[in-house]
Design a protein around this ligand. Structure first.
Ligand code: ADE
Length: 229
């Protein structure tokens, strides 16, 4: 069974490509997809480029063209919960879109008719992640992750997202990947390591910690694959 491993940026998947036994690059829809094996698992690895549209496109291709039956996302996020520090690992229990707004028609933020504000992550993957964390003595954080086509570097926006969605971290892809996987019945899991605190220093911190936090997330994801094999 093929498993999709998705990131948004090159830096987020580079440490995963470095761990797989062999890979073959396939160019499709203006993107590179890497088919690989890892300890007997068949993987398709890609980075989507930043944002909800590219992430939805790439997730759909991994499922519909490459036949992936499960999807795991690895990358970085901005902390909303003030207890989350740079380098902390956080798993999404559910995802929402903080920039989806048709409140003009009386709907709540993040909601469109026939959709849901939040989409829950696969419980089986959450259990595997908790198990891996406990074995490795990692203080794994969890909670709702909010997604939007916006790099949040502003405390006012960050606190609004916290209030409105009860979110603990913010990023730019997970919510759209959740919509795709939910619609296509593909169990999915979104893992992030904190790169910044979505505040006025976020731009600087993100550049400083992107590689380090990407590696933390990728290492944990590989440990989860060890459990799946
Ligand atoms: N990914 C990492 N940090 C982020 C932030 N502050 N806002 C949105 N996406 C992010």
């Amino acid at each position: 069974m093929k498993i999709a491993i998705l990131g948004a940026m090159k830096e987020e998947i580079a440490p995963i490509l470095a761990k797989v036994e062999n890979y073959k690059k396939i160019r499709y829809a203006n993107n590179d997809f890497y088919t690989a094996t890892y300890q007997g698992l068949e993987l398709v690895i890609a980075y989507s480029k930043i944002g909800k549209v590219f992430a939805a496109l790439t997730a759909t291709i991994m499922i519909e063209k490459f036949g992936c039956k499960k999807l795991l996302f690895s990358g970085v996020a901005g902390a909303i919960n003030s207890n989350f520090k740079i380098g902390d690992l956080v798993i999404a229990t559910a995802l929402c879109q903080h920039d989806l707004d048709i409140t003009a028609f009386g709907h709540p933020f993040g909601f469109v008719p026939e959709g849901d504000v939040c989409i829950a992550t696969d419980k089986n993957f959450l259990d595997i992640a908790r198990m891996v964390a406990s074995e490795k003595n990692i203080d794994l954080k969890e909670g709702i992750i909010a997604t939007g086509d916006q790099f949040v570097a502003d405390e006012k926006r960050k606190f609004w997202i916290a209030d409105e969605f009860k979110a603990h971290a913010v990023e730019m892809e997970g919510g759209s990947v959740a919509v795709v996987c939910n619609a296509l019945n593909v169990p999915f899991f979104i893992l992030r390591a904190i790169s910044d605190s979505a505040d006025m220093d976020a731009g600087f911190d993100f550049e400083e910690f992107l590689e380090e936090s990407s590696l933390i997330s990728a290492d944990f994801l590989i440990s989860m694959l060890d459990r799946l094999k």
